[in-house]
Design a protein around this ligand. Sequence first.
Ligand code: BES
Ligand code: ZN
Ligand code: ZN
Length: 504
Amino acid sequence: MELSVDARAFPKIETEALVTYVFEGEKFTGGLLAELDAATGGALSKLAASGELTGKMLETTLLYYPQGLAAQRLLVLGAGKKDKFGTAELRRLAAASVRMLKSRQVKSVAFLARESERSAAAAEAITEGLILANFDSDKYKTEKKSTSEIASAALAGWDAASRADADQGLARGRVIAESQNFARELGNEPSNRLTPRMLADRAAAMAREAGLAVDVLDEKRIADLKMGALLSVAQGSAEPPRMMIITYTPEKLNPAAPVLGLVGKAITFDTGGISIKPANDMEKMKYDMCGGAAMIGTMRALAALKPSCKVIAVVPSSENMPGGRAQKPGDVQFSMAGKSIEVINTDAEGRLILADGIAYAKQLGCTHLIDAATLTGAVVVALSNVNIGVFGNDQAFTDQLLASSKVAGEKMWPLPVDDDYREMIKSGIADIQNVGTGKGGGATVAAMFLKEFAGDTPWIHLDIAGTAWQDDVKPWNAKGATGVGVRTLVDLAMKFGSNGASAK
Ligand code: BES
Ligand code: ZN
Ligand code: ZN
């Protein structure tokens, strides 16, 4: 999608669709909307009086060849209550306009921001909404739909005073949303088209193009490094594992500065292994690599946005298969960190590969760690597909992340990892076991396991099992992989870079 800022007065903007939004119960008595109402011969106030245009969130009112405008259509979206409106809602409105208009063969749009939304953050949110909504996955359809894409979009409503903000927001929003779409593309790939080796090739190609350093560990180097937990998951598959390391180094590196480590689970298919999953819904387990994809997507964005801290993504990748050499319930494995693990359930494989990912990130010098993983069905029970589950061992660091998640419009909810849960992962014969004894708390038990490997390093775990995949089409988004995490992590890394780590 081609993007630009169009600084012309709105009546002069030639586009297939001019888009704007009204709040609930709004009267068109002043400002931009009064001008729009006047230009269109009172169309808005008449529709409002008739009860058709109410401003309810995501309401759509489409006018064709509106009087007084050079645009072929005017789309007025409901923006909900004004006091509940922020950048998250703005992003969603911009996205909803693209989804609606592209289904009507529209190829060009101009999104008219109102006076209250003339900031770089607003321009960024609009840009992200437009690009994220233009994404569809018809890669494997041999007959492409003609409704494919919006070809060009303009940010409108920006005057001389706010133009620089618009340019800045557009540039940043474009990088972030395209990187999120990159993560979504990977998440949507079927497992036969994205094995650990193929994922590594795609991550490496991205890194080279973006100017990032990349190292891919093959099975031999993984074995040399004694990553026994990752190897134990991979041993049941004919496909060898990979560990990707993508590094961003700022131009002026302060050697004493904190280093952010991003560890992502990338199981390209999770059958459960010998503790095999039921057939129903198993096809979805191709998205069990979305934590890794989020980290790879984040690195893509950071390469362009250049935070002032060093960031290292570590992505362990494997299939989880029940082959003849597969590990069996009760097997004991030694992780890279030296801890022994009794594998009670081979379907709790994500925490195994992350254990070695976390250990390696620490060895590479990361001072702060964030992992993202489609880790547990339990987090879906707790938070459904609405919030990411957040766990951490350092409150200040976790608070930074939660603040970034608000800016990014990615919902997160903190869950506990306190020592009273430690009992549940004690093993009879090894240091720890990979599932909990006792009842419930599955998402916390998984986090407790990871916490053992994070040790004293400030660490945050994001369980994205419920949020990395969307089952149905939303008015603002295609179904499938969501690329969740990318926006929050980019925001955090940029701030982490500029004010150092406030944590610890
Ligand atoms: N990949 C799954 C978790 C998952 C579930 C992701 C649903 C997305 C949607 C993970 O590897 C897994 O199987 N976890 C088990 C752990 C259990 C055996 C302790 C689970 O949650 O059932
Ligand atoms: Zn599993
Ligand atoms: Zn899994």
